[in-house]
Design a protein. Sequence first.
Length: 182
Amino acid sequence: MVIYVYIRALSGLNIPQEHEESGLLVYFAQQLDSSITWRDLEWLQSLSPLPLVLKGILRGDDATRAVECGAKAIVLSNHGGRQLDGAIASLDALCEIVEAVDSRLEVLLDGGIRRGIDILKALALGARAVLLGRPVLWGLAADGEAGVAHVISLLKDEFDVAIALSGCAKLQDINSSLVFKS
């Protein structure tokens, strides 16, 4: 399980304890390299035949750059709002990004998915799929693997009901007419 591997990887790190600071924040800040540019993505892509997927895209111009650098998919994510206080919600950035990439790559949405209706909204606004973070961790904390399975089952059932109530017979029927945008 990916979550388990990630948690195990973090547990082996020597995370500094800073007075009145998050040791994890200090550790991650030390990992940042301001010399990295978009051109480095082209180099990274040249090292592997695997598709390049970029996470953390929240603007149309960045999405366009991702296409130009050869990305096959992007993940709209504000990293749970923890990296930049007041960052735009992933769902609020979705329409601009879908328009900017114009089907040239897959658009995945990470963040804010708590109910089946949230999945329906994301797909209706152009996301190809959604990623789950907090709900899965809540399930894991509550009941381990069984808790995760239960959370996923609940989301699937809620999504099925949302599709039925919206009048869609199949996934391909989901479109932007299902979402009111103010």
